[in-house]
Design a protein around this ligand. Structure first.
Ligand code: SAM
Ligand code: SF4
Length: 326
């Protein structure tokens, strides 16, 4: 459906858990408390909301978290969501740790694509960032997803003074694995506030200088062929790899935003920056389905025009990313 600014909102990110098997310092460092299981939406409740969303034109779903693959039954949920009339694509964002064991089942369930997060191509640094020695498992996860026939993209968040030098090694890794890679600017959400984002404009310049003859060449190759998201891509023919940039801070794309987020506790968020949105769980659990639908419609319609990461005093979202659903 269209929001008040005429944007076509057809994409819902669904967080199915606030739990995770990693402890990335900018998302969910050690010591975060979890929400009791009974406060999380059940799979039946998620399906019900997704069905209502599909009735309003939400045709693309992305399962995320927390780490979606730590919740039992995530594969079956994918299969159920795929059967909803009007839903064309169901994808997943995962840290990849548990992916090797689930890839074939996910393919059979109909998963259309998987984004795998990896912030360093160096085992020791990856461990430092995510708090666990996970590098080997993530690489196995990438291989398994590809072998199962699921389209894979890598996602990396770079931060100054932490892993900003990893871009080259990550691009080479992506080339070796035969997957596109996207660099996501760190957003000042939750613990991300404690890190300095790498400006994707200067990163792109470095990449172009290293691998391409000119900027023009890169711009000409830019495309958004890889999905429903806000990434802009360049292709590096020498390495046969595509590199995407998701630049929430230095390349605001709010005017073409197409998404809303459902938290694991049933709160529908329309913009990462603001606490506003709609509690869908309460009316759903009280059996007031008409009210769920009207809250869903209103939250989509009233979606804010743009984020305010450049004026942080206006930001009203105080939750951590892992609670919101990244
Ligand atoms: N556990 C899964 C994973 O890591 O892919 C899914 C959830 S995670 C919250 C989704 C994505 O959000 C990851 O790629 C992560 O790097 C990214 N992320 C978390 N906090 C962020 C922040 N403050 N700014 C930008 N991206 C962030
Ligand atoms: Fe877990 Fe993903 Fe957050 Fe890392 S970014 S702590 S893997 S939810």
């Amino acid at each position: 459906m269209r929001d008040q600014l005429g944007r076509n909102i057809h994409y819902m990110r669904i967080s199915i858990t606030d739990r995770c098997n990693l402890r990335c310092k900018y998302c969910m460092p050690e010591g975060i408390e979890h929400v009791p299981m009974e406060e999380l939406l059940t799979y039946e409740e998620i399906e019900e909301i997704a069905r209502m969303g599909a009735g309003l034109g939400i045709d693309t779903l992305r399962i995320t978290g927390g780490e979606p693959l730590v919740r039992l039954g995530a594969v079956q949920l994918v299969a159920k969501l795929k059967q909803i009339p009007g839903v064309k694509r169901v994808c997943m964002t995962t840290n990849g740790v548990a992916l090797a064991g689930a890839a074939n089942e996910l393919k059979d369930a109909g998963l259309d694509g998987v984004n795998i997060s990896l912030d360093a191509a160096d085992r020791r640094l990856a461990e430092e960032i995510c708090g666990r020695d996970c590098y080997g498992q993530v690489l196995e996860g990438i291989d398994a997803a590809k072998a199962a026939g699921i389209p894979v993209k890598l996602n990396s968040v770079l931060a100054e003074g932490r892993n900003e030098e990893q871009w080259e090694a990550l691009i080479l890794l992506a080339a070796q694995k035969g997957t596109p890679i996207r660099f996501i600017e760190m957003m000042p959400v939750g613990y991300g506030k404690g890190f300095l984002p790498v400006d994707n404009r200067s990163l792109k310049e470095k990449i172009v200088k290293k691998y391409l003859d000119s900027y023009e060449e890169a711009e000409n190759m830019e495309s958004s062929l890889y999905g429903a998201g806000p990434a802009s891509y360049i292709r590096l023919p020498g390495l046969s790899v595509s590199v995407g940039f998701i630049s929430a801070i230095h390349g605001k794309f709010c005017h073409e935003c197409n998404r809303v987020r459902l938290s694991s506790q049933g709160f529908l968020k329309s913009c990462l920056c603001y606490g506003m949105g709609a509690d869908l769980k309460t009316p759903l659990r009280e059996g007031r389905k008409e009210e769920v639908l009207s809250r869903l419609k209103r939250a989509i319609y009233e979606k804010p025009g743009e984020h305010c990461f450049e004026a942080l005093e206006q930001m009203t979202e105080e939750k951590e990313m892992v609670r919101i659903g990244g």
